[in-house]
Design a protein around this ligand. Structure first.
Ligand SMILES: *[C@@H]1O[C@H](CO)[C@@H](O)[C@H](O)[C@H]1NC(C)=O
Ligand SMILES: *[C@@H]1O[C@H](CO)[C@@H](O)[C@H](O)[C@H]1NC(C)=O
Ligand SMILES: *[C@@H]1O[C@H](CO)[C@@H](O)[C@H](O)[C@H]1NC(C)=O
Ligand SMILES: *[C@@H]1O[C@H](CO)[C@@H](O)[C@H](O)[C@H]1NC(C)=O
Ligand SMILES: *[C@@H]1O[C@H](CO)[C@@H](O)[C@H](O)[C@H]1NC(C)=O
Ligand SMILES: *[C@@H]1O[C@H](CO)[C@@H](O)[C@H](O)[C@H]1NC(C)=O
Length: 312
């Protein structure tokens, strides 16, 4: 007869999601904030380190992050999103404490040269305080939405003309007067006709109806809430079943279903995932997770997990 202990052990080993390190800056000063997958499976990494943008090929034997550029005028880079084939919009500014100066949208265009991109400043947002997540509109990817975590709003920016406007300002995108963390809207992703967001201060995950050209309408809908005083929800990615994989800076990667049910999926035992800041779903069946401490780790996704339509 098998002992209950062995049964429990077997169940645990089947359920545990193995996390492996892909790359680690180890110097301790490169805080990775966000990421985007390139069509070749490499990762672009935005950091709080001297405006540095890195690229990382996770499929070599000994992956090494390579500096793409220090974006001019920025000390901290946040949101990044694909706006055309091998062309990315990146948010950057001069980083202070819960406040940025000179918030700017850059484009980084590798389409002509895969190693030496053309870098341009395409929009300035002088009224922005703390831009965070950014998402392109799938049918008009030159239009992006960017969350301002302190003002509690989404900017709509046309990266071709540089024109920006406020798409929506709502308390559900803002912090509260009692929240310990003053960061409201954080991660942002568009799938179908919704822009999804996390709000770190409120510990919520929600969505707002959005037109193909980035105009929002209707009420903010809260899908899920995290009941925690120590953790919060940061950046995330959505798969083709509408399941969000969300970075929880204190405790691993959570999955949120559309019905609001959520639980920690990977790294929740306090090991393997440490200070996650963003998640990518790659076509090799792995999720790639960036961590504030300067590392990239990966774990295997459930079979058949693919990116939501409209994601690049
Ligand atoms: C990265 O390196 C730092 C410093 O050596 C170490 O503390 C940390 O655990 C490493 N992280 C990973 C994910 O390997
Ligand atoms: C913002 O940009 C202006 C114009 O380039 C520059 O003069 C100013 O020093 C910048 N501010 C900071 C805080 O870097
Ligand atoms: C956002 O929340 C903060 C903290 O409660 C508050 O000071 C600020 O006025 C709010 N912003 C708006 C636009 O309501
Ligand atoms: C939230 O967590 C606290 C502490 O664990 C618990 O007492 C409370 O009932 C929970 N609230 C909800 C709505 O689940
Ligand atoms: C929510 O959806 C998930 C995935 O389909 C399912 O496993 C879970 O039972 C559902 N929860 C509720 C409360 O309906
Ligand atoms: C999903 O996985 C099942 C087996 O688990 C397989 O039969 C099916 O073809 C897969 N579907 C897709 C779309 O990959």
């Amino acid at each position: 007869m098998r002992s209950p202990f062995l049964l429990a052990l077997a169940a645990t080993s089947v359920l545990a999601v193995q996390v492996t390190t892909v790359y680690n800056f180890t110097s301790g000063d490169v805080d990775i904030e966000n990421s985007e997958l390139r069509p070749n499976g490499h990762l672009l990494l935005t950091t709080f380190y001297e405006g540095h943008l890195y690229t990382l090929n996770p499929h070599t034997e000994n992956p090494q992050a390579e500096l793409v550029a220090a974006l001019p005028g920025a000390t901290g880079l946040c949101g990044i999103t694909t706006i055309a084939y091998e062309k990315y919009a990146v948010v950057g500014g001069v980083r202070g404490t819960y406040h940025y100066d000179n918030e700017t949208v850059y484009t980084v265009d590798f389409s002509q040269d895969a190693t030496n991109p053309v870098i341009e400043k395409v929009a300035h947002l002088p009224t922005a305080i703390m831009l965070n997540g950014m998402a392109a509109m799938p049918k008009n990817p030159h239009i992006v939405l960017i969350g301002d975590a302190i003002r509690g709003l989404l900017f709509r920016v046309d990266t071709t003309t540089g024109v920006s406007s406020i798409a929506i300002q709502d308390p559900q995108l803002n912090a509260t007067s009692t929240s310990s963390l003053p960061i409201g809207v954080n991660g942002l992703k568009v799938t179908g006709n919704y822009v999804h967001f996390t709000n770190s201060a409120r510990n919520t995950y929600g969505r707002i109806h959005v037109s193909d050209d980035g105009e929002t309408f209707g009420e903010v809908e809260i899908i899920a809430s995290l009941n925690s005083t120590v953790n919060d929800w940061d950046d995330f990615i959505i798969d083709s079943d509408g399941i969000a994989y969300v970075a929880q800076p204190v405790d691993g990667i959570a999955r949120i279903f559309l019905n609001g049910t959520h639980s920690v999926y990977a790294g929740g035992d306090g090991s393997g995932i440490d200070g996650p800041s963003s998640v990518q779903i790659a076509s090799d069946g792995y999720a790639y997770v960036t961590q504030g401490g300067g590392s990239v780790v990966k774990f295997q996704l459930p079979r058949n997990t693919t990116l939501a339509e409209g994601e690049f």
